[in-house]
Design a protein. Structure first.
Length: 267
């Protein structure tokens, strides 16, 4: 596949990250294949996750990741042509079978396909319920399923947060490949994937820089850290309540009050 658009975008992203002074802590790049297809299942907490989660593959073997993303962004007059130029895969939630077929075709062609199985960003910074599409794609294409955690991007750009303070740390952990087969129950294997993502998240949090006194004393508290780790992010249940309220406001035709609110707002 010829790539004219993707390399300059990567260069631009790397330049931006350098300007921001982002410190990358990446573990597990040896698990990313240097050739051949694989599904990369990634957690989702920030608007930067698409750019950040492609870095390990680039570092490991200058490989490109084709991400599955909501088709709305492909309709944007500026982002749309870029997304298509990078050969990312549009997902229409009302006709997801086409996206599935496109992803499987890319995998069989030897591409890395990035999937965010939580579908939407996690306000709790925990692993939400995940969809089984990543597992089913790996089975259909007969390729490995690789779990990945990205943590720290939310502190830069996420719900209600736009903070370009230099020197933030972004930690990433890639887990060992998983190999679902047609004999596996997709939902049972999906639970295994969820457990693996949870374990990788804990490993990532264990080595993430401890909060400084000034961060602890900040007015918003440690909103970017899970509650069970001493942070002030909402619990999974509280985060779901926020999402439920936002969905209800949208259904009622109102602009959601919490659309861009801080993750712990209303908790």
């Amino acid at each position: 596949m010829t790539d004219i658009v993707y390399p300059p975008i990567i260069f631009t992203a790397k330049t931006l990250f350098k300007v921001l002074g982002i410190r990358f802590d990446i573990v597990g790049t040896e698990y990313l294949p240097r050739a051949g297809g694989a599904v990369i299942a990634i957690n989702h907490t920030s608007y930067l996750d698409f750019a950040l989660s492609g870095i390990p593959a680039d570092r490991a073997g200058h490989r490109l990741v084709r991400f599955m993303a909501k088709d709305g962004i492909f309709k944007h007059p500026i982002a749309g042509p870029l997304m298509r130029g990078m050969h990312h895969i549009p997902v229409n939630r009302d006709a997801g079978s086409q996206a599935f077929r496109d992803a499987v075709r890319a995998l069989k062609d030897g591409e890395l396909v990035g999937v965010f199985p939580e579908a939407t960003m996690s306000r709790s910074m925990e692993i939400k319920e995940i969809k089984s599409g990543a597992v089913r794609m790996a089975v259909a294409a007969n390729v490995p399923l690789i779990p990945m955690i990205v943590f720290g991007g939310a502190r830069i750009l996420s719900y209600g947060c736009k903070d370009f303070t230099r020197g933030r740390t972004v930690a990433m952990t890639i887990g060992a490949p998983m190999h679902p087969t047609r004999s596996d129950d997709a939902e049972v294997f999906n639970e295994r994937l969820h457990q693996q993502l949870q374990q990788l998240l804990d490993e990532t949090l264990d080595r993430y820089p401890k909060p400084t006194p000034s961060e602890i004393a900040a007015p918003d508290g440690l909103w970017w850290l899970p509650a069970r780790r001493g942070g002030t992010a909402p619990t999974l249940a509280d985060a779901e309540a926020i999402e439920t309220r936002i969905r209800a406001e949208r259904a009622a035709g109102r602009e959601p009050v919490g659309k861009e609110e801080h993750p712990n707002a209303g908790s």
